[in-house]
Design a protein around this ligand. Structure first.
Ligand code: AGP
Length: 346
């Protein structure tokens, strides 16, 4: 068994541990956020952690109504910029806690008066020490270069912060059930292995989604890129209409993360267009009505049309798909060529 596979199978327990570790801190942060006038949220992160932050953007804007932007870190690290971040919350995410640009950005934000929330899997890392509130994932060291259990627990942490901040008890109840539903997907790993083997000769692929699951399409693409050396590219359906669609040839692999929530109609429109040009569609959905639209499909657990929740199931599928694809291609997903576990950029 590869480390990547082992770590994906640790996800349900990791989520539970992560929640327990941060339960008290979550209440403290909720009190602070609900009693402070926050006008902006800025996310600072790289790679997989950045995708977790983008998921945060969608759910903070949807449920809390505060605009969220993604930090241009070179403004601070290369151009010497210093921003006025008073009345802001900065969400700095790095599983290793060693991302140099994220650390520098968080330090600048703190000096500028922002509330700095950090999310790391190393409680003693430099980033953890900068946070006014540090959420320690506590999921055990992640050894595979491909981040899996840390990503799932990052988005779990962010989802809890948002559900609490927004005072949404319904979402909190749904989040409690996520680990158990992820187990249901893990039990179907063989099914995903069969699907992955169908794609063993794939050289390029698009991964499409929309809304809260768009960051999951980006993460799905990154997992395929780094573990399989396939030119995979994630797009939001809405942008895919505006040009990239022209690249789709007959038989080209398009992996569709089509959630059953408010974006379902947009999905249907894109599916019809892709079918008309003969794309090879892998339909991953929690919508029973959509599953038959693909050349091959994988039905995710019922997420009650709540895209914030289905994101966890897309994450698990994406991780298992990339891992199984690597296995069938004879690649080692734990140590991709040219990559280290911790990548430091400035
Ligand atoms: C994840 O699969 C990647 N290997 C990589 O993008 C990673 O997420 C990125 O380097 C960020 O790392 P960090 O979370 O430790 O800052």
């Amino acid at each position: 068994m590869t480390l990547m596979e082992k770590e994906i199978f640790e996800v349900p327990e990791a989520l539970k541990t992560c929640f327990k570790t941060n339960e008290k801190l979550l209440d403290e942060l909720t009190e602070k956020l609900q009693s402070t006038k926050i006008r902006n949220v800025i996310v600072a992160a790289r790679g997989t952690s950045d995708h977790a932050g983008m998921y945060g953007k969608y759910i903070i804007e949807s449920f809390v109504g505060i605009p969220v932007s993604l930090a241009a870190m070179s403004v601070v690290t290369r151009y010497g910029g210093s921003l006025d971040l008073s009345d802001s919350l900065v969400l700095a995410i790095s599983q290793s806690g060693k991302a140099a640009d994220v650390i520098e950005y968080a330090e600048m934000a703190k000096k500028s008066g922002a509330i700095v929330v950090t999310i790391t899997n190393d409680n003693t890392s430099p980033l953890a020490l900068v946070g006014d509130y540090n959420f320690f994932l506590n999921v055990g060291e992640e050894k595979s270069v491909a981040a899996t259990k840390t990503f799932s627990s990052q988005i779990y942490t962010i989802a809890y912060i948002v559900a609490k901040w927004a005072g949404r008890k319904d979402l909190l109840a749904k989040l409690d059930k996520v680990p158990e539903k992820i187990c249901q997907i893990l039990l179907r790993n063989e099914e995903i292995a069969v699907i992955a083997s169908r794609y063993r000769f794939m050289k390029e692929a698009f991964i499409l989604s929309r809304g809260m699951n768009y960051p999951l399409a980006l993460e799905g693409a990154l997992k395929i890129q780094e573990t399989n050396y396939v030119l995979a590219k994630g797009y939001p359906i809405s942008d895919f209409h505006h040009g990239p669609f022209a690249m789709v040839d007959e038989g080209m692999a398009v992996i569709m993360y089509m959630p059953a929530g408010p974006v379902a109609n947009d999905s249907m429109e894109m599916i019809k267009k892709l079918q008309s040009v003969g794309a090879d569609i892998l339909m991953v959905t929690d919508d029973e009505d959509l599953i038959a639209e693909g050349d091959v499909g994988f039905l995710l657990p019922f997420a009650d049309k709540e895209d914030m929740i289905s994101a966890f199931y897309y994450a698990t599928f994406a991780q298992l798909f990339a891992c199984n694809l690597a296995e069938v291609k004879g690649r080692n997903p734990d140590a991709p060529r040219g990559l280290n576990k911790v990548t430091i950029t400035k």
